[in-house]
Write a protein that binds this ligand. Structure first.
Ligand code: UD1
Length: 343
């Protein structure tokens, strides 16, 4: 029989790519999403790619009684992948309560609703928990540093909550995946990132600038202590990232976890600078970009990339796709959405 999984935030950017991979891998998926930062029409896109539609329930995870009822009504759910969260760093600084309320109530309501049930839980964490590491590539053992933003703090504290809940409650198998910088889109160009307003993240800004929706890109600082002076990140293709969730679930299902709570870096293990991202986009797409060098962005760290040996040896997962493919697919998606309206 197919295993049934709950995917929260399943019509969002990373969620939708993961739902496709889960269905391809033979899972039965039920999505819960409040459509706060996503579009219901992504369900049709998922159908077009995977040939099946996941079950969908519009629900705000902050509504405790409704979450409890939903979980009670779905006794066959054997695993949860929890994506649903607010994620804009700048907005979290402006409105910390919005972030603390949403991100904490959601995870607490979910964990409470599943209490007493045997369930596998995979959490979307972030390399933001490391701050600026002193050693690169950064391993999972590097110290977690004080968060730069309320958003970052919600990831850190959620990880602590999960570790404590797993230690106290033997029914839970919990894995936190610390994502590096997810970019790119599905090769079909039918799903991808749908930023609201002016993109804050680099790759959506690049593609919107290239298509003429925005002016030149501003490179936030070229005076960092890096080979070309711009910041370095570990960009990971969203489809590779989606597949890491399946690897995590398999580990849980096959009882391979060494403890009830584990964390894994999910990146490529390779750092690329902002200027390299720009030139790689140009080479991969043949489209010229306009950019200007601007001041540093407040709160940015200089450089980070992940040590991904643990994911390779324990999850048997490695990123397959490089920066050119990330850029090509992001560009194909930008072209696709330029002619389409999502509701
Ligand atoms: C950001 C968040 C991080 C979050 C991640 C999710 C911050 C400080 N951090 O990571 O917590 O987990 O998004 O995807 O916002 N850049 C430019 N020009 C631009 C946009 C970005 O030069 O117009 C540079 C940035 O300075 C950075 C790199 O591009 O060096 C990547 O930026 P971005 O895509 O925003 O990701 P992060 O800042 O790494």
């Amino acid at each position: 029989m197919k295993k049934r999984l709950l995917v929260t935030g399943g019509v969002g950017y990373i969620g939708s790519h993961t739902v496709v991979e889960l269905m391809n891998a033979g899972y039965d998926v039920v999505i819960v999403d409040n459509l706060n930062n996503s579009s219901i029409s992504i369900l049709d896109q998922i159908f077009e790619i995977a040939g099946q539609k996941p079950e969908f329930r519009e629900l705000d995870l902050c509504e405790e009684a409704k979450v409890a009822q939903f979980v009670k009504d779905n006794p066959s759910i054997s695993g949860v992948i929890h994506f649903a969260a607010h994620k804009a760093v700048g907005e979290s600084v402006q409105n910390p309560l919005k972030y603390y309320r949403n991100n904490f109530f959601s995870i607490l309501n979910l964990l409470t609703a599943f209490e007493g049930r045997k369930v596998n839980f995979v959490f979307s964490s972030s390399c933001t928990v490391y701050g600026q590491p002193t050693q690169l590539p950064v391993t999972e053992n590097a110290p977690v540093q004080k968060a730069e933003s309320p958003y970052g703090n919600t990831k850190q504290v959620a990880e602590e909550i999960l570790a404590e809940v797993a230690a106290a409650n033997t029914n839970y198998n919990i894995i936190s995946l610390r994502y590096f910088n997810p970019v790119g889109a599905h090769e079909s160009a039918l799903i991808g990132e749908l930023p609201i307003g002016v993109p804050q993240n680099l790759v959506p800004f690049i593609t919107q600038s290239a298509i003429g929706k925005r002016g030149p890109i501003t490179v936030f600082g070229d005076d960092y202590n890096t080979p070309d002076g711009s910041c370095i990140r570990d960009y990971i293709h969203v489809v590779d990232l989606a597949k890491a969730h399946i690897a995590a679930l398999k580990r849980q299902e096959q009882d391979k976890m060494m403890s009830k709570y584990e964390v894994f870096n999910v990146g490529t293990g390779k750092g690329s600078s902002v200027l390299e991202a720009i030139t790689t986009f140009e080479a991969a797409t043949g489209v010229k970009l306009n950019y200007v060098i601007g001041p540093r962005r407040q709160g940015d760290i200089e450089q980070v990339w992940g040590d991904v040996a643990k994911a390779s040896s324990e999850l048997n997962w490695e990123a397959q796709l490089g920066l050119p493919e990330m850029m090509r697919s992001a560009w194909a998606w930008e072209n696709y959405i330029s002619n389409k309206k999502f509701n």
